[in-house]
Design a protein around this ligand. Sequence first.
Ligand SMILES: Cc1cc2nc3c(=O)[nH]c(=O)nc-3n(C[C@H](O)[C@H](O)[C@H](O)COP(=O)(O)OP(=O)(O)OC[C@H]3O[C@@H](n4cnc5c(N)ncnc54)[C@H](O)[C@@H]3O)c2cc1C
Length: 408
Amino acid sequence: MAEFTMELNDEQKEVRDWLHGFAADVIRPAAAEWDEREETPWPVIQEAAKVGIYSLDFYAQQYFDSTGLGIPMAMEELFWGDAGIALSIVGTGLAAVGVLANGTEEQIGTWIPQMYGDPDDVKVAAFCSSEPDAGSDVGSLRTRAVYDEAKDEWVINGTKTWATNGGIANVHVVVASVDPELGSKGHASFIVPPNTAGLAQGQKFKKHGIRASHTAEVILDNVRVPGSCLLGGKEKLDERLARARERATKGGERVKNAAMATFEASRPAVGAMAVGTARAAYEVALDYAKTREQFGRPIIDNQGVAFQLADMRTQIDAARLLVWRASWMAVNGRPFTAAEGSMSKLFASETAKKVTAQAIQILGGNGYTREYPVERMHRDAAIYTIFEGTSEIQRLVIARTISGTPIR
Ligand SMILES: Cc1cc2nc3c(=O)[nH]c(=O)nc-3n(C[C@H](O)[C@H](O)[C@H](O)COP(=O)(O)OP(=O)(O)OC[C@H]3O[C@@H](n4cnc5c(N)ncnc54)[C@H](O)[C@@H]3O)c2cc1C
């Protein structure tokens, strides 16, 4: 087990500087254009693939870094560049992690390369869990997967929504219920291979922020996938369902805790994205406050402005520390006795919303225009308190964990 450290090692610093260079030279200059176009920035993803940032190798290297700092460091730098473009670059990784965490070696080897494609022909992947009537309440999802034993195929029907890269992905990972009576314990994940009949993109959403990231409904109409597309395999699923049915009679506590641990482990990554956006807006505001003059002096000479910047920086650093701690705990299998993963995501996402709003205020009229990036950063920051569990859901998880009470 690695000791918790707040210092990046030399190798991590090198990777951070390399990512920062890409974010500053490639992502940042493209941000306004793709935000206006509201389209997936394929050329930027391709650039990222050419230098090795858009690849499973890179993602896995950070994911398995035992210090826990690899993923938060990478997310912070890329999202510092631009949130919408960065989500287009890391969105595939989020789907790939679903396969890495639950898939067999054969599934990992078969499907993850197809999620990324290659630098001359890049592809993306989508993770489809949310539904129109199952957002925060993930247990209530209605998409059904039924096993057709004669053909060794699963038949999937349902409507997914809010899927990042939904419909444009080469590979979709779809969460469906195989046993509705078990609620979330009866869920399983399936690979839907490229060009599978019955999968179609529904509405593409026009969004407030992260507009370079494609978000859409995914319709599954009698989608048939081979038995080998069930992540983890049928034997493992049958065993898990049998255990869940047995525990359902005893309250099901252990299964619920396993699902909780997965979320706790993935939430710090979203917290790190929020830290990246917050830091970007803070830096713009700090520079501006030092150079903009009113009443014959730089506006930072006023405590009213300087104290805002002091608060912004304090909150960003506090958010990063919570994120790093939770990420270290996740990688090293530490128990989340106070929902530290949710805590990090809650604090970092609320910080990003607050700090980007303060940045607009410090830039005055300029902050309110698209001539300056803080307006876009503020729109982008609003997503962090919504996806991967809203702030209210994070508070619910933390409150339940610290109290041991099923607070509603
Ligand atoms: C841009 C974007 C990208 C996304 N990408 C993906 C993706 O790739 N894959 C995917 O599966 N999903 C994705 N999502 C879905 C996202 O995870 C959900 O939007 C989120 O979980 C909230 O669900 P909801 O929108 O249905 O809101 P609801 O659950 O309807 O919540 C509405 C409001 O009610 C509050 N609320 C709900 N229940 C409670 C409660 N018990 N106590 C207190 N308050 C409560 C919420 O906090 C929120 O403020 C994405 C969403 C967006 C906007």
